[in-house]
Design a protein around this ligand. Structure first.
Ligand code: HEM
Length: 373
């Protein structure tokens, strides 16, 4: 049983192969363990010829790819991905250097229904732990960043359920506040994750050493981003809480782009809910009906729970902004944009949107109440 099974009811023995974390981590369909153990040394020496030979040696026949399960295909993409990011870090476009990898990336993308490149899932959740852990640098700080991201996935899987439930409810339903309270517990892990990152990942190490491995690569004329933490689908939660009807074109565009790097069931969630009415939207509509400016207790309970979860999101974003600002400061940064393809201005805008929604809902909790439920 994986951690996902523990936190996401119904995923135990689940047919969704992407949740079979232990199996994906254990899989080594390319026999890449030895070469990837040597990757940090090749990167330290900026040994592009050795990296090119290693990638070429890993590229499988298409017949083999066709015979793989989704679990094996995900593990193969994970391992090829480590070499793609490494070559790009040293200034070489990997697909141009090893053209035979292109049809393999395309076949793996079709087989797994994901982008033709490794993503944050490959680099963190699907990455084995311990001796077989895939890293660009082999440094403990890199392992800490991987851990910071890995720890949030089970909670986001669980939040998918609670947010799906929320989307079916109205603020007058008692279940509305319950779904929000559960969601708040899940989102708290994002705060824990960023606190862990602040404690263990110095901004200078991220900016100068790790960030270059997450650069985009060219796959058949189209750029694909590296395994960025921004691909962590916090937007799954935003979407049903406030984003679907209270966003900006910039954040919408970022989400549409980011969702491409996500898992198929999560992309389906995005498609199903992007045009829906958010929890804040529903609460605002309900409030406008309460013309006497007095709130029924059930509506107040919903508003209190909604304000609480938005506060947790705001706390994550404010602390995250702090470390991002340092890592992308004038003295440290090597790039103007984050590895997820957006500038700091986007983070600022999303923090402001989260804060505005929290303020709006918090004010509603301060209205006088009626006696009736
Ligand atoms: C040194 C550590 C980190 C830095 C410097 C950093 C920086 C950034 C930057 C610049 C962005 C803007 C979009 C882009 O990437 O292009 C971003 C977005 C994002 N990052 Fe990070 N990040 C760090 C760690 C993390 C961690 C550990 C998590 C969570 C597990 C995380 C989650 C996110 C999310 C969810 C977004 C999308 C915007 C949002 O929802 O507010 N980041 N990050």
């Amino acid at each position: 049983m994986t951690l996902y099974d523990l936190v996401a009811p119904g995923t135990a023995g689940c047919a969704e192969p992407r949740y079979r974390i232990a199996d994906i981590r254990a899989a080594d369909p390319l026999g890449a363990d030895a070469v990837l153990a040597a990757l940090p040394a090749m990167n330290r020496d900026a040994d592009v010829p050795a990296l090119t030979v290693a990638l070429r040696a890993l590229v499988p026949d298409l017949d083999r790819v066709a015979g793989w399960s989704v679990v094996e295909a995900l593990a193969a993409m994970r391992d090829i991905g480590m070499l793609l990011g490494s070559l790009k870090r040293h200034g070489t476009e990997p697909v141009a250097a090893v053209p035979d990898v292109l049809p393999v990336l395309e076949a793996l993308a079709r087989r797994t229904d994901m982008v033709p490149r490794d993503t944050v899932h490959h680099y963190t959740t699907w990455n084995p732990l311990g001796r077989r852990q895939r890293m660009y640098t082999g440094e403990q700080i890199e392992a800490h960043l991987q851990e910071a991201v890995r720890m949030v996935f089970p909670c986001l899987v669980a939040a998918l359920d609670t947010c799906g439930e929320l989307a079916r409810l109205e603020p007058y339903d008692p279940g509305f506040a319950v779904a929000l309270d559960r969601t708040a517990q899940h989102v708290q892990t994002m705060v824990d994750s960023i606190d862990f990152t602040v404690a263990h990942v110095p901004p200078a190490f991220f900016a100068r050493t790790l960030r270059p491995y997450f650069e985009e690569i060219d796959v058949d004329g189209r750029d694909y981003l590296g395994p960025a933490a921004a691909q962590v689908p916090l937007w799954l939660i935003d979407l049903t809480l406030w984003q679907s009807d209270r966003s900006t074109p910039e954040y919408d565009d970022f989400l549409t782009e980011t969702a491409r790097y996500s898992l198929p069931p999560w992309r389906a969630f995005h498609a199903a809910h992007r045009a829906g009415t958010s929890a804040v939207g529903k609460l605002s509509a309900a409030l406008s009906w309460e013309t006497v400016h007095r709130m029924p207790p059930r509506l107040t309970a919903s508003a209190v729970s909604l304000a609480r979860v938005l506060r947790v999101l705001k706390t994550f974003r404010a602390r995250h902004m702090g470390i991002a600002r340092k890592a992308y400061s004038d003295d440290l940064r090597l790039y103007d944009e984050g590895s997820g393809g957006a500038p700091l201005a986007l983070l600022r805008a999303v923090l402001d949107l989260t804060r505005d929604n929290e303020t709006l809902v918090r004010r509603a909790t301060q209205r006088p109440r009626t006696g009736a439920a």
